[in-house]
Design a protein around this ligand. Structure first.
Ligand code: NDP
Ligand code: OXD
Length: 311
């Protein structure tokens, strides 16, 4: 039987995806959006940022797969086909890339490399005291597949690590907080905050001026979750006033980040272009193919998105 797959992604190596799926599933017909002769034939969609309203136009669709760990780019569509599972990626390779990215920037702020860079511009030779990792309070917001791993790795490195999540589920070696009061409490003890939250109705603008004001003076932010979680103007105000010392941003409300956005030129902001943990084009198609086989057998896919919760 032929599996008819719709592919909606501007990026990526399409031939590689088609070949990888065929290796796992056998007979696959790969349709690259918008070139789909008969929408009724499509069984599964692999998507990144599908046009709003598009996915409901495939009457026999059996599953929608995010070409990424997040699913907010799919869930922003209010007209998703009812009852069709939305599945996201949890790929060990990307999880490790995310953790390595977090580690790099935590060390950057821990050892004050931003300050040395700024001092270099003025020829200033001024060695700072080096704190031990145990003296550095790091917090991870969102303790899922990626955030949980980042927090546990940082704790294993000796950082004074805490986390915050919706459920507040325990993770070995971490102090875990939950709820609005828990968020304020955890922010108050955070020299470095890593945002690993998905974009949902509840998390949008969570890190606003009021929340950023809870941070101790000189705190730094690493945003690897979603741009929607951060109030952009509040971050700039906190950096400009000296309340915060720096920020590293990988994700943005609108991507690519518009050339006019003040983040680009801010001296205390480091920008990477949603590059912290890119989808691995070898392992991701394999994982999606395994989930397609599960759905064909009537089993649950590995990481079905809860449409009510939004992640
Ligand atoms: P998971 O779904 O596994 O984890 C999400 C975490 O966020 C959970 O711990 C969840 O809490 C918590 N959370 C969700 N909503 C709330 C809330 N309202 N209040 C408190 N906690 C909340 O996701 P992943 O760890 O796999 O990925 C997280 C996000 O990272 C993705 O959704 C994506 O946006 C982003 N990402 C970014 C990448 C990049 O390259 N920059 C690459 C990959 C992912 P609980 O445990 O209680 O459910
Ligand atoms: C994401 C990803 O969801 O890159 O951001 O996987």
């Amino acid at each position: 039987m032929t599996t008819e797959v719709l592919f909606i992604w501007e990026g990526g190596d399409r031939d590689r995806w088609a070949r990888a799926l065929a290796r796992e599933l056998g007979d696959v017909r790969f349709h690259i959006y918008p070139d789909v002769p008969d929408k009724a034939e499509i069984d599964y969609a692999l998507v990144w940022m599908p046009p709003i309203g598009e996915l409901q136009t495939y009457p026999n669709m059996k599953g929608i797969f995010s070409i990424g760990a997040g699913a907010s780019h799919i869930l922003r569509d209010p007209d998703l086909p009812a009852g069709v599972p939305v599945v996201r990626l949890v790929d060990e390779i990307s999880v490790r890339d995310m953790w390595l990215y977090a580690c790099y920037w935590v060390l950057h702020y821990h050892r004050q490399f931003d300050l040395y860079r700024a001092n270099q511009a003025g020829g200033i030779w001024d060695r700072q005291e080096v704190l031990t990792p145990a003296q550095r309070r790091v917090t991870v917001l969102g303790l899922g597949a990626i955030g949980g791993r980042i927090a546990q790795e940082l704790a294993a490195m000796g950082f004074d690590t805490a986390g915050w999540s919706r459920s507040g589920k325990e993770l070995h070696g971490l102090r875990v907080y939950r709820g609005p009061e828990g968020l304020n409490t955890v922010l108050q003890r955070s020299d470095i905050v890593i945002n690993m939250l998905p974009a949902t109705a509840e998390t949008t603008q969570l890190l606003d001026a009021r929340r950023l004001a809870e941070l101790p003076k000189g705190a730094a932010l690493i945003n690897m979750g979603r741009g929607e979680v951060l109030e952009d103007a509040a971050l700039i105000a906190a950096l400009d006033s000296g309340a915060m010392s720096g920020a590293t941003l990988d994700v943005f409300r609108t991507e690519p980040l518009s050339l006019e956005h003040p983040f680009w030129t801010h001296p205390k902001i480091n920008i990477t272009p949603h590059a912290a943990g890119p989808t691995n084009e070898d392992s991701a198609p394999r994982q999606i193919a395994m989930d397609i086989l599960k759905l064909e057998r009537g089993e649950m896919p590995s990481h079905r998105v809860d449409l009510e919760r939004g992640y």
